[in-house]
Write a protein that binds this ligand. Structure first.
Ligand code: PRX
Length: 630
């Protein structure tokens, strides 16, 4: 039962939390409607999603909801014409949302900007005209290497508005990682900033860009947002200031009429190969899936202030930081910096200051803040909160209960949302009116059919661990891997023919509640970010001292998981602490700050199968025999 009788001793493993009466009264969807939607989704998921699509604006409606003829290259809303930016922005300009605040932005030093929907609309149009003047046409990629500042959303929306394809690259990526992604996405135009503030320091973004572009001749133009107003090198003929370009442009632009299946963006993610892959999402089905899940899971109201406290560069930032809240006409908060800066109560101070109602963040952040104690959230008025969200990695019942009790004050349901870069939209989550079980992501969203199965795609019994799969096409699904449709088919659709393989292991309980255990493949989840073991191994193998390397994930109290490398050195090379540091730095330099290599262990050889595959599960459990250093 809900109630105020939680204690620190309460581990909550078996607890069930019933929906709060006040949540049920005001929810966008009642428990009975939710039950009916679940049934409807099972019998007729196409009809369910077609109805959801009717809630949005289209230039032309579809001839067919779903075309399966080219499976697994499914096509949704075939024949329809639309543009997601029309739903996120243009249509609001005709309504009372026009003058509502769309984005409240706070910089790390404490500076602040607010943009109404109308102001955002004009800025997007101006930048769209800039892009056109730079010869960006329908189907062209625009790369965006920007932190959480309004210009990131503006650049995304402007690109999409004229039919371009945006490729946002997380600013934690190093020059080499940036270069690889720019090349893969065939970007000709890159939008970046001179720098930004992070944890009390300035990150010189433009210097990283300059290094990346030394080996990236495809990028002809770099548009630079002035964020820190520092002295930077601007290369003649290549680099242009953002503010100078937008100043002279008109605030009106014609929106490009897109086919439902035309690409909207590419986001790179790590997988089971040694290169990141470009996940492609399209306008029509993406907007439907993201819109509907946001309405029901986040239970958004016109008066809400919503904060998706993650980086825009990731899928969560795209779907639920930019597109969903704008389509819903909500007010969304964006924060530039580190949540511990200048102190560990930065988030709580922002909740109080802006009166935030819905807070969506990651278990890593929750664990980090929990470490600083329960007294910090007590110092701030968190009374406006009415819904909490978690995403990106499994949350333990203990961390869930801490969040529930100390942040939500036992008055806020927690929606633990499971999804992936590939799925585009949340696939599994409780709704605010659901029963909640700490540590469980709840049930699949209505119209999404998922299961936990054995290697023959046979359902596992309740409580048994198995592979998590999706049994039906869903609207916000990615449509291919950029320039690599064969890999799309092989990686995701061949292991369980006819079904989508998530790469995750999970359990289902007798009520159908899903508990995600983690990845089944060679992908690490470091602080909620996916890092490919094979990408790290490739970087290690490139080192002159290294003969062979294998990387596995090991548990970490804050980050959930970090990497440990087993390294076989070339003959005659001595191990040393300097070498360990060199290897760690190499990983950081090539993959970026998210790829945390915590431990290196030197070994004589790696355990392998008869066909030469490294047996990572053996390494995961082994204690190793030789020198280990942290
Ligand atoms: O392992 C699952 C984990 O994150 C993976 C997807 O990572 P990415 O594509 O980077 O997207 C992260 C943000 C949606 C999944 O395969 N994951 C995501 N959400 C959860 C989760 N694991 C447990 N609980 C979650 N709520």
């Amino acid at each position: 039962m809900f109630g105020g009788n939680l204690t620190d001793q309460d581990k909550g493993l078996e607890r069930i939390f019933r929906p709060l009466p006040q949540t049920v009264i005001q929810a966008n969807i009642s428990p009975t409607e939710y039950e009916a939607a679940m049934k409807r989704g099972e019998i007729d998921f196409e009809g369910f999603w077609e109805e959801a699509a009717e809630e949005l604006d289209w230039f032309k409606k579809w001839d067919k909801v779903l075309d399966r003829s080219g499976a697994p290259f499914y096509r949704w809303f075939v024949g329809a014409k639309c543009n997601i930016v029309y739903n996120a922005l243009d249509r609001h300009i005709e309504t009372r949302i026009k003058n509502k605040v769309a984005i409240i932005w706070e910089g790390e030093p404490g500076d602040m900007r607010k943009l109404t929907y109308y102001e955002l609309y004009r800025k997007v149009n101006k930048f769209a005209n800039v892009l056109t003047s730079l010869d960006v046409k329908k189907g062209d990629t625009v790369a965006i290497y920007l932190p959480n500042i309004p210009e990131t959303a503006i650049a995304m929306l402007a690109t999409a508005k004229i039919g371009g394809v945006h490729n946002v690259i997380f600013t934690g990526f190093s020059a080499m990682a940036l270069r690889d992604r720019l090349k893969d996405a065939d970007a000709r135009v890159l939008v970046t900033a001179d720098g930004f503030y992070r944890n009390g320091k300035v990150v010189n973004l433009k210097a990283i860009v300059d290094e990346a572009l030394e080996e990236c001749p495809g990028v002809e133009t770099v548009v630079v947002v002035k964020r820190i107003a520092s002295d930077i090198d601007m290369i003649d003929g290549r680099d242009l200031w953002y503010h100078e370009l937008v100043d002279v442009e008109s605030p009106e632009v014609e929106i490009e009429v897109m086919d439902s299946e035309d690409p909207l963006f590419i986001v790179h993610t790590s997988g089971t190969t040694d290169r990141p892959k470009g996940v492609v999402h399209v306008h029509g089905s993406y907007m439907v899936g993201v819109y509907k899940t946001f309405q029901w899971i986040f239970d958004i109201k016109e008066t809400d202030i919503y904060w998706c406290a993650v980086d825009i560069g990731w899928i969560t930032g795209h779907s639920y930081g930019v597109y969903a809240p704008l389509m819903a006409g909500a007010t969304t908060v964006m924060y530039e910096g580190h949540v511990l800066y200048p102190k560990a109560d930065r988030m709580w101070s922002m909740v109080e200051k802006y009166g935030i109602n819905i807070l969506y963040t990651s278990p890593t952040i929750i664990r980090m803040l929990r470490r600083f104690g329960s007294h910090l959230p007590l110092r701030w008025d968190l009374g406006t909160l009415r819904l909490l969200g978690s995403v990106g990695e499994p949350i333990s019942p203990e961390a869930w209960l801490w969040y529930y009790k100390n942040v939500g004050k036992e008055n806020c349901p927690i929606v633990d949302t499971w999804f992936q870069t590939e799925t585009g939209m949340i696939m599994i989550s409780p709704l605010p009116v659901s029963l909640l079980k700490p540590g469980s992501v709840g049930k699949p969203f209505p119209g999404v059919l998922m299961d936990v199965v054995d290697t023959h795609a046979k359902s596992k019994k309740p409580g048994e661990e198995g592979f998590l799969i999706v049994k039906n096409p869903w609207p916000a699904m990615f449509t291919t891997l950029y320039k690599d449709p064969q890999r799309y088919r092989e990686i995701y659709w061949e292991k369980f023919p006819g079904y989508y393989y998530t790469g995750d292991m999970a359990k289902k309980d007798a009520d159908g509640y899903i508990f995600v255990r983690g990845r089944a493949d060679e992908v690490l989840n470091i602080g909620g970010q996916r890092v490919g073991a094979l990408e790290m191994e490739r970087a290690l193998r490139d080192h002159k001292a290294v003969e062979e390397a294998a990387v596995v994930g090991i548990p970490d109290r804050i980050k959930g998981e970090v990497a440990k490398a087993f390294v076989v050195l070339k003959k005659g090379i001595e191990d040393s602490d300097d070498l360990i540091n060199e290897l760690k730095n190499k990983i950081r330099h090539e993959l970026g700050s998210i790829a945390i290599l915590k431990t290196v262990e030197f070994v004589e050889s790696l355990p392998k199968t008869s066909s030469g595959e490294i047996m990572r599960h053996v390494l995961k459990t082994s204690q190793g025999s030789s020198k280990e250093a942290e």
